[in-house]
Design a protein around this ligand. Structure first.
Ligand SMILES: NC(=O)c1ccc[n+]([C@@H]2O[C@H](COP(=O)([O-])OP(=O)(O)OC[C@H]3O[C@@H](n4cnc5c(N)ncnc54)[C@H](OP(=O)(O)O)[C@@H]3O)[C@@H](O)[C@H]2O)c1
Length: 243
């Protein structure tokens, strides 16, 4: 592969779960991949080593998605090492479950900071360093459509905000042919659902949760040649959960 053919991706929140599966998939497809993490330097370094073993370059950067300066710094470091960005995946997100009577101000602010403000700031930081024709992908949630369980109102509206956000961003970035699309996974086998996999599988029409690799497959689709005309869309992949 020549220098001109090298592609660069940045995944916000890529050390584990869906983000790590996206990092692995993009590396397999020929991208040099940078990713941020906040709490798992061990997982981050293990992922870098795994990708380097496969012959691609990887870079792990500690950056809290609640910190605007850290996000700008992560983009600057990525561009410094790998050059301008072809693809950006905004995956970092948190889930705190509580019914309205029990939601604390602290958890309300935290979910807004990471799941909404952090998504916007990640994209805002990356855009000036993206190539024209680049791809931006957010990881929302099928709960933006329907939750079906109490205790998720804040998470639900945070993910609905992401679905709305990609529409406005798609229009802002259309003149540069940068597409912005949102993946809405249903229950997936990650730390976020630790202890709940059996219950979630039982409730799912397909009687299982997703493998993170299946969500990464959709990242691949949205970074690939078949989706250059798709922008502002939210694609749900949830085994029929929201039907
Ligand atoms: N699992 C599901 O069933 C499901 C369903 C629908 C949507 N989603 C969404 O998919 C995304 C990934 O979820 P997951 O299931 O893979 O969760 P996970 O296993 O809990 O991983 C969360 C990821 O987000 C990163 N992160 C969390 N807070 C961050 C912060 N303040 N700054 C930077 N990174 C931060 C974590 O980094 P560290 O590793 O460094 O902590 C980790 O990479 C989230 O947006 C989630 O809402 C998940």
């Amino acid at each position: 592969m020549t220098i001109e053919e090298c592609k660069t991706a940045l995944v916000f929140g890529g050390a584990r779960g869906i983000g790590a599966a996206a990092v692995e998939r993009l590396a397999k497809e020929g991208y040099d991949v940078a990713f941020t993490y906040v709490s798992r330097p061990d997982s981050a370094q293990a992922l870098v080593a795994e990708i380097e073993k496969s012959g691609r370059r990887a870079l792990a950067i500690q950056a809290d998605s609640a910190d605007a300066n850290a996000l700008r710094g992560a983009v600057a470091k990525t561009v410094d090492v790998f050059g301008p960005l072809d693809a950006v995946v905004v995956n970092a997100g948190i889930l705190r479950l509580n019914t309205v009577d029990a939601v604390s101000l602290e958890e309300l602010d935290l979910m807004i900071d990471i799941n909404i403000r952090g998504v916007f700031l990640s994209i805002q930081s990356a855009v000036p360093h993206m190539k024209d024709g680049g791809r931006i992908i957010t990881i929302g949630s099928n709960t933006a459509e329907r939750t079906g369980m109490p205790g998720a109102s804040v998470y639900q509206f945070s993910k609905a905000a992401v679905a709305a956000m990609v529409k406005g961003l798609a229009l802002d970035l259309a003149p540069r042919r940068i597409t912005v699309n949102n993946i809405q996974p249903g229950p997936t086998d990650t730390d976020m659902n630790a202890g709940a996999i059996e219950m979630l599988s039982d409730r799912s029409p397909l009687k299982r949760v997703a493998d993170p690799k299946e969500i990464a497959g959709m990242v691949s689709y949205l970074t690939g040649p078949d989706t250059s005309f798709m922008t502002g869309s939210s694609l749900t992949i949830d085994g029929g959960w929201t039907l």
